[in-house]
Design a protein around this ligand. Structure first.
Ligand SMILES: [Zn+2]
Length: 187
C-alpha cells in the first residue's frame, strides 16, 4: 500500500487534470463553474480527500490533524453562527463572547470524541467505493448548508469523491517497495 507521500503526490499531479475536465464538462453541460477562490481552495480539499481513507490508522498523525481540523471548523462556525444555541433557544444563556467560546469549544470536543468512536478499523469500510460517495455527499451538503452556493458545493463534492477514489485505486493496484511504486501481481 502506498504511503501518505505517494497519495499526496498523485493528488498534486491529478488536480489540474480534474479542473481541465470539469471546465470542459461545464461548457458541454452548460452548467456554471465554481468561483475562482473555490477552484484555488479545491487543491487543499483534493489532496486531503486523497488521503482521508487512511484516517482508519489509529496512530497516524494525519488522523489527528484531520480530527483537530474538523474540531476547529466546528468551533469556528458554532462560535460565529451559534447553530446549537439557536436550536435549543439558549441565546439568553450564551450571550457574551466568553460564554460562546466555552459553548462552541465544548461542542467541538464532543464531536472530536464522537469521531474517535465512529471511525472503523483499518482497511475496513472506509476503503470501499461506497465511502467515497458518502464522503463526497458529506462535503457537498456540508458546504451547501454553510454557504448555500450550489455551483461551489457541487464542485467540492465531486472533487472530494474523485480524490477519495484515487486513493482506493492506488491502494488496489500498487504497492511500494524501497520508495518505488510497483504494480501488484494480478491473479
Ligand atoms: Zn489506504
Amino acid at each position: 500500500m502506498p504511503n501518505f507521500n505517494t497519495h499526496v503526490n498523485f493528488a498534486v499531479l491529478f488536480y489540474p487534470l480534474i479542473v481541465i475536465f470539469y471546465e470542459f464538462f461545464s461548457k458541454v453541460l452548460n452548467y456554471p463553474l465554481p468561483t475562482k477562490e473555490i477552484i484555488g481552495l479545491g487543491f487543499l480539499i483534493f489532496w486531503i480527500s486523497a488521503d482521508i481513507p487512511d484516517i482508519d490508522h489509529v496512530h497516524s498523525t494525519f488522523r489527528k490533524i484531520i480530527k483537530y481540523l474538523i474540531i476547529s471548523i466546528i468551533i469556528y462556525f458554532e462560535f460565529n453562527r451559534g447553530y446549537i444555541i439557536r436550536l435549543f433557544k439558549l441565546e439568553t444563556v450564551f450571550y457574551s463572547y466568553s460564554m460562546k467560546i466555552l459553548e462552541s469549544t465544548f461542542i467541538g470536543i464532543l464531536v472530536g470524541r464522537l469521531i474517535e468512536y465512529v471511525i472503523p478499523k483499518h482497511r475496513g469500510p472506509l476503503h470501499t467505493i461506497w465511502s467515497a460517495f458518502i464522503y463526497g455527499l458529506v462535503v457537498f451538503s456540508g458546504y451547501y448548508f454553510l454557504f448555500l452556493i450550489m455551483k461551489n458545493a457541487l464542485f467540492l463534492g465531486i472533487i472530494s469523491a474523485i480524490g477519495y477514489l484515487l486513493h482506493l485505486i492506488l491502494d488496489k493496484f500498487y504497492y511500494e517497495k524501497n520508495g518505488n511504486l510497483r504494480l501488484k501481481n494480478r491473479r
